[in-house]
Design a protein around this ligand. Structure first.
Ligand code: FMN
Length: 240
């Protein structure tokens, strides 16, 4: 890569955010309602006793969970693993993104007593501030389970992470290739980050692709495309 290409690539996020702001697709989510409150998350940890190699070796999809709440620290860690900012200067995140256009949004559906000290509701993660905004109060885990073709693990999990996409953030630069390839590749990166982070935290999760799109959109209350629903709970018996 020559110097000019490198410079263009490094400056891409800045141009992307200016362009997106101009055409109205900035990093705002497309929520129907206004936030009801803010939760400041504890800072994420950058180390653990579980090696990346071990996490890769033992990772499995987990569909049975202990009837135990998650801690706010664990929720913070999961949100950070999904989309946390790891380079404040350019806004780069834990998962790669085509041209740093960041088309994905993270929502957390918290069941009643699902997280210590966090009321049941639907929360939206703001990576830059590392906060959760409460966008809906109440326990929506049963409704979400019905929307996911009655998959029980959705109803059983302490939380469900819902990943949605705003395709236009990527397609305005890459056209149709952004829609049919890049955004979907990105959600795979985020899903794997969440899987590996779960192993390190003693949690279990499974990525869910089988759901009624319109029902999930209605539950979350967004005009964005849901790509994954990821139930997360304390793994029964722990990891080897
Ligand atoms: C795109 C995609 C969609 C999936 N959808 C579902 C789903 O709707 N329900 C489910 O229980 N598992 C779902 N899975 C998880 C797979 O069943 C699981 O990854 C596979 O059985 C391999 O097991 P492992 O993840 O433990 O290696 C999905 C996985 C992927 C990659």
């Amino acid at each position: 890569m020559n110097r000019r290409m490198l410079l263009a690539y490094i400056l891409a996020p800045a141009f992307a955010s200016i362009g997106l702001a101009l055409i109205g697709y900035g990093d705002r989510s497309r929520r129907v309602s206004r936030p009801l409150g803010m939760i400041h998350l504890p800072p994420p940890r950058y180390d653990s006793n579980v090696s990346i190699e071990h996490a890769l070796k033992v990772r499995r999809s987990v569909r049975e969970y202990e009837d135990k709440p998650l801690t706010l620290e664990q929720v913070s860690q999961l949100a950070w693993a999904a989309q946390g900012i790891t380079d404040k200067r350019y806004g780069f995140r834990t998962a790669p993104s085509a041209g740093a256009t960041y088309p994905l949004e993270i929502y957390i559906v918290v069941k009643k007593d699902g997280v210590e000290g966090l009321p049941e509701g639907i929360y939206h993660y703001l990576p830059r501030e590392h906060v959760l905004e409460l966008i809906k109060s109440g326990d929506y885990s049963r409704e979400l389970m019905y929307a996911c073709l009655d998959q029980e693990w959705v109803g059983d999990a302490a939380i469900n992470i819902v990943i949605t996409a705003i395709y236009e953030r990527t397609t305005w630069r890459y056209g149709e290739r952004g829609r049919i390839r890049y955004v979907h590749m990105e959600v795979g990166h985020v899903g794997q980050n969440i899987y590996l982070q779960c192993v390190s935290l003693g949690l279990g999760c499974v990525v869910i692709g089988a759901f009624h799109d319109e029902e999930v959109k209605k539950i979350i209350g967004v005009d964005e495309e849901p790509l994954y629903v990821i139930p997360v709970g304390v793994k029964k018996g722990g990891w080897p």
